[in-house]
Write a protein that binds this ligand. Sequence first.
Ligand code: THU
Length: 160
Amino acid sequence: MRRKELRIMVCEYDAVVELPDADQKLLLAAREACKNAYAPYSKFQVGAALLLENGEMILGSNQENADFTDGLCAERVAMFYANSTYPDVPVKAIAVTAKNAHGIVEHPAQPCGSCRQVLVETESRYNAHMRIILDGRKRIQVFEGADNLLPFAFKPKDLE
Ligand code: THU
């Protein structure tokens, strides 16, 4: 028997102004993207902003449906758009913000399992870690790489 211990890392900030400039810019873009959310059912609006290696910024927001299972999270809307528009350009960072009836959530809304899986896939695809910035009024979290969000992920190499 081997007992293994995995370490995951997160940096936490108390306010947007404490973040490096590039992260601040991306987070503010995610807040803008949040305004385009279509979330009449959950009333939970999520915005995502991606920074690509070529400097391009891609925005996305959650898009819901009367058939609830057909909606899609902001992260995947943005990620799939980026990957389909710029298939050869790595994604350097993603910022995510979420709003409920009281405004931006106090503590970061955590990406769902499916979005984590898609972040892992995008990192594998471009062989590059992504910076993941999660917005909250009381706390902003920054992860260096999706392995910190989804340890033991199913990856392309598992198909071999
Ligand atoms: N949602 C996202 O857009 N991203 C997440 O990471 C978590 C959840 C959306 C899906 C749905 O439209 C609403 O938030 C409530 O779950």
